[in-house]
Design a protein around this ligand. Structure first.
Ligand SMILES: Cc1cc2nc3c(=O)[nH]c(=O)nc-3n(C[C@H](O)[C@H](O)[C@H](O)COP(=O)(O)OP(=O)(O)OC[C@H]3O[C@@H](n4cnc5c(N)ncnc54)[C@H](O)[C@@H]3O)c2cc1C
Length: 473
């Protein structure tokens, strides 16, 4: 073997890091990599998941772009694995494939009323505000009060975008329709609910702290949630991240007393009854972001559409978890967003773990129902290990997968058409409107030009046909 012809499916960070690591690895043969991506733009959830007001994280795109710019990787955009290319096609043209297709759907939350109009998945909302072409362009932002279920960073992203004033998002790359949609929103109160306590959250301190810095939005926390048990106190002592989180909450809890009512510092309150009401009279912001802990989701209320959210007060169970207390509460909301995790999608001809939403694998080597390796097929990123972790984690993930790929030469496929022109001919013959790296550069430039015209860095193009047209110049 003098050359490894490798297909990578999915041009998110996992796929691009895998290509980079493979190109830099010590090996006895040359490598030629074709990267297939179903969208005309690469970068996966860095472009279509990371919130628009997190430009520092979006900046990771620069590093990913450098990898694509090395000239050693061919990008085939707007090519959908399972429709435009199949596993058989890949076997005919490559020695192996790495799937890095990530996750784009919401994990289910099985509670009554979750399918009512006005109840949404966070992933769908994220795809809307980040301008993903495969999602509806309109989003019904007609609620004055909304509930967000979940205690991870995605829940905070959703709560922040819902509460933030549209004009404060204008410096970002949000598409025009998203700006217009958010501008019309009558929202005044966003309630975030977590089953566990404030010291068991999955937020990172940076994302939490940022909530307190939003313009014309008051933070509301409830003193009853901060009666720490021994496990929480121990966590504050032993874990720096939790210590910082505690400090952030403390500032919000102490706010009005320490800084006075004129400061715009968040107000803490106590739910007064089975329908918690917050008293924000001292702060005066036009929007409030409430954080509720020890609140297990029970039901989305309403007949024809969402009218409220019912939850059960929980308490620490002494073993690191929580248990229900039998005390039920409700809050009137017109929209519910569940941010309880993302979920991967199955791929044609590839084993899939329906329970976890991942491709079953051993350290990146895909395995079948009998735990046997599927020769030539590998996985990396969120589709390999589930939708948790930051962009950086996909790098270590890719290292592991590439290590196995390199050791596994004896089991690679022997393609009938390994020459680089053959796959291009196949896509052309099928009439696939594929784009390439130059196409992405054209689209990138076009988006920057749209932004420059309005003194913004970029305005995203959303419709797929417009993306393709811009790619083709
Ligand atoms: C809302 C949200 C906010 C986040 N914020 C941060 C943050 O601030 N900081 C941070 O470090 N991490 C953040 N993350 C996590 C980060 O986005 C992930 O760790 C990372 O994107 C996972 O990379 P991946 O390549 O496995 O998957 P993805 O990024 O999902 O990329 C998968 C790619 O595969 C493509 N694809 C899928 N199916 C097919 C197919 N059939 N054919 C061809 N192509 C296909 C997709 O279009 C996509 O481009 C966030 C995630 C979410 C959901």
């Amino acid at each position: 073997m003098t050359k490894l012809r490798l297909a990578i499916v999915g041009a998110g960070p996992a796929g691009i890091y895998a290509a980079d690591i493979l190109l830099k690895a010590e090996k006895q043969f040359d490598v030629s990599i074709d990267l297939f991506e179903q969208l005309p733009a690469p970068y996966g959830l860095v472009r279509y998941g990371v919130a628009p007001d997190h430009p520092r994280i979006k900046g990771i795109i620069t590093a990913l772009r450098d990898v694509l710019d090395t000239g050693s990787i061919r990008l085939f955009g707007n090519v959908y694995y399972g429709r435009d290319v199949t596993l058989d096609d890949l076997k005919q043209h490559y020695n192996a494939v790495i799937f890095s297709t990530g996750a784009i759907k919401d994990a289910p939350l099985d509670i009554p009323g979750i399918d009512l109009p006005g109840s949404y998945g966070a992933a769908d909302f994220v795809s809307w505000y980040d301008g993903h072409p495969d999602f509806p362009r309109e989003w019904p932002l007609d609620a004055s009060s909304a509930a967000v279920i979940g205690n991870g960073n995605v829940a905070l992203d959703v709560a922040r975008i819902l509460s933030k004033h549209a004009d404060d998002l204008l410096p970002t790359d949000i598409p025009s329709n998203v700006y217009e949609g958010l501008k019309q929103s009558p929202i005044t109160d966003v309630h975030v609910f977590g089953r566990r306590g404030p010291m068991q959250v999955k937020f990172t301190p940076l994302e939490l702290r940022e909530l307190g810095e939003l313009n014309d939005v008051d933070m509301v926390v409830y003193e009853e949630d901060f009666d720490y048990d021994d496990a929480s106190l121990a966590a504050i002592e032993s874990n720096k991240q939790i210590m910082v989180i505690d400090r952030i909450f403390r500032k919000w809890r102490d706010g009005p007393q320490s800084d006075g009512p004129q400061s715009g510092v968040p107000q803490s309150g106590v739910p007064q009854s089975a329908e918690p009401q917050s008293d924000n009279s001292q702060s005066g912001a036009s929007r409030r972001l409430h954080l509720h802990f020890f609140a297990g989701p029970i039901e989305v209320l309403g007949t024809d559409r969402v009218e409220g959210f019912r939850y059960e007060r929980t308490e620490p169970d002494g073993a690191g978890g929580v248990r229900g207390t039998g005390e039920f509460r409700k809050v009137a909301v017109q929209a519910v967003y569940r941010a309880v995790g993302y979920f991967g999608s199955p791929l044609d001809g590839i084993p899939f773990d329906e329970r976890r939403g991942v491709i079953p694998n051993r350290e990146g080597q895909v395995i079948d129902d009998h735990d046997e390796p599927v020769n030539g097929v590998y996985a990396t990123g969120w589709i390999k290990r589930g939708p948790v972790g930051l962009i950086g984690h996909t790098k270590s993930d890719a290292m592991e997968t590439v290590r196995h790929l390199l050791k596994d030469q004896a089991n690679w496929w022997s393609p009938a058409h390994p020459d680089e022109a053959a796959i291009v001919a196949l896509l052309e013959e099928r009439g696939v409107q594929f784009t390439n790296l130059q196409g992405w550069r054209n689209l990138d430039e076009h988006e920057r030009a749209l932004g420059a015209a309005e003194a913004r860095e970029r305005i995203k193009v959303v419709p797929r046909d417009e993306m393709i047209a811009a790619s083709k110049g």
